[in-house]
Design a binder for this molecule. Sequence first.
Ligand SMILES: [Ca+2]
Ligand SMILES: [Ca+2]
Ligand SMILES: [Ca+2]
Length: 345
Amino acid sequence: MPLVPPRLRSLALGLLLVAGCTGPLQPVFHAEAPVGPEPHPASYFTVGTPPVYTTEGVRIGTFNGEFLFDGRDGDGGATFAWKDDSAAARAHMEDVAAVIRTLDADLLLIPETENLGVLETMTAEMLAGLGYTPYLVNGQDSFTGQDVGLLSRLPIEEVGRINERAPVGLSNQTYGVSKNLWARLTLAGVPTTLVGVHFLARPDDTERKDRREAQAEVIRRFIAQEAAAGRAIVVLGDLNDFDDVTLDARASRPITDVLARIKRAGPSPDDDLTNVLGEVPQARRFTALYDRNRNDEIEEGELSAIDHVLLSPALYTRLREVHFVHAHDPRVVSDHFPIIVTLAE
Ligand SMILES: [Ca+2]
Ligand SMILES: [Ca+2]
Ligand SMILES: [Ca+2]
């Protein structure tokens, strides 16, 4: 039995986090549910409310759209409910867009996007008037057909993708990041390279450990180069892995060095990235549902943090708010939740 009831511990943790904030403008970290009652009592999870922002700044984030596909002209090799059904696929796009509208994000990464056309439909119709320009660079996941999409109302200077590969464990094989996108832009006044990724799935699968670590190494090498060129870094998206230092809601421990490796970035400790996961109370640290026993019920141990936003020091000092947004049912809209951070301009 813990000496302090979980409720009080999370309250204490929340106060510690607020008290422990540093930075010139006194950052305010805000969770949607007020600190107090645990957010998911008897039913374990209840749908919360959209974010209410308390600081000014530029807002960026990630939200895996769960097979944000068009339902026509082939939908890849994976199985999902709205596959090859354009009406059902459109309904899913509308559900995802409804969440996006509540986020007021200036820049949003969307893993599991089929193609640029899907994002163009959303920005022209379901997100009309919000000022988003869609970006997507076709990748190499020929099985699912998924790519990493980006919506931005900030000027993007350049976009591209990383095709490099890195060794898989001690084997002679190499592996790359089939789903990624980078963008160079000025973010909160800082020349920044943003890298959106979607890594190989199944965090606990030992057979996939070395391949996901190779993916992390590919990204680490790229951001080390960008950082050496004097640019700030954001790595965000669905890393399909757990933070090695900050425990999520179910206290997941990674079997890989994926998060540690990326956060290390270049050779200097001064270029290390920080995971925003640590800015919210542990009970709120989840970004995805994995319905482990496939009973369509959300139970303890099925919500974990595998999506992340990692910031280099020049941006971390500008961090003002972090929202892990749990305002939809992950069995209905997307099995992932958004993370949105506000950076002071
Ligand atoms: Ca299609
Ligand atoms: Ca470093
Ligand atoms: Ca379940």
